[in-house]
Design a protein around this ligand. Structure first.
Ligand SMILES: [Zn+2]
Length: 99
């Protein structure tokens, strides 16, 4: 799934306490989101800025081996496991779905 190239950098802009997310696209920088000032503003900004890196990690995790304890993707009566592989696959699907 193509997206704006990174690095995505969370940095406060101006003199206010509302950090903006900036995407460094090489020759220009544009803000893609802002968060309201509050106790989670900085951590929310950092989480979003990490999205491209997390996406790559989820893709890699989704391709890794299931834990032996989850029977390689199935549990007991055929229920899908909930190990890290499934969680990475779900997160990758959510991030790359077409809406
Ligand atoms: Zn599993």
């Amino acid at each position: 799934m193509p997206h704006t190239k990174g690095d995505w950098i969370a940095e406060p802009i101006g003199n206010c306490d509302m950090p903006f997310y900036s995407i460094n696209t090489g020759d220009c920088t544009k803000d893609i989101a802002d968060v309201n000032a509050g106790p989670y503003a900085t951590t929310n900004a950092c989480l979003i800025a990490a999205a491209p890196t997390l996406l790559i990690a989820c893709k890699q995790g989704a391709m890794s081996s299931h834990h032996l304890s989850c029977s390689h993707g199935k549990k007991g009566s055929g229920n899908i496991c909930d190990c890290h592989v499934k969680q990475c696959a779900d997160a990758y699907f959510e991030a790359t779905k077409q809406i």
